[in-house]
Design a protein around this ligand. Sequence first.
Ligand code: PEP
Ligand code: MN
Length: 263
Amino acid sequence: LASRDFHPEDTVVKLDGVTIGNGSLVMMAGPCAVESEDQLMDIACNVRRLGARMLRGGAFKPRTSPYSFQGMGEEGLKLLKKAKEVTGMPVVSEAMDQANFDMVAEYVDLIQIGARNMQNFALLKQAGKSGKPILLKRGMSATVEEFLMSAEYVLAQGNPNVVLCERGIRTFETYTRNTLDLSAVPVIKELSHLPVVVDPSHGTGKWTLVEPMSKAAVAVGADGLIVEVHNQPEEAVSDGAQSLKYDNFQRLMDTVQKIYAVR
Ligand code: PEP
Ligand code: MN
């Protein structure tokens, strides 16, 4: 079902007011984690002003350490919904397990299944049964074929609304947090009809690399980008080092739109 052989035309995923994969570059931006109402509203209004079409923000966070901030939970989802009402941007947020999937689905437009859950087959089946638009992130040690097989789990339940996200893979390189595998974008475009977005924030781990890799991602055919932006990256509870300030996000928006226009 994910294969282009049996479905030659590109899939377009429709959310509340935004379509992904229909020939416009969809910019998704926002904090790694929802931290407070003030933080989220400030970031949402500013990324909107700078041209973002969707708001990202984690309410349930998959943290390496159990002692790190785990996210605001339902409170965070309520704030995302409020930010949508204020800015008009549909929102994307992660569902981390089967127990919270339906709750996340009630509040958000695009449900993220994170890299660590790419092969959580029970969660993928539940995502498929929900019929809700799903943002499926590539596992950090998944091949493209395994990635597409995970999408297949969602599609096989009758849910065609899957957006794929390249977010970097583990390699021997340690300077960057992950190695952003941009060749995966044209590879997936050959093999599959599903829309593909790129996450240069988790893909590099360093804010200085986010703009150059965003430019490259758009040049190789990404349908959108998902970028972490924060009002005070140095104070962020998670992923501050890879989060852009507003002025840098503005510059990124200008350059990627120019590249998109001539691609
Ligand atoms: C995220 O988007 O905040 C996130 C945790 O992403 P990933 O699953 O790609 O690590
Ligand atoms: Mn993050």
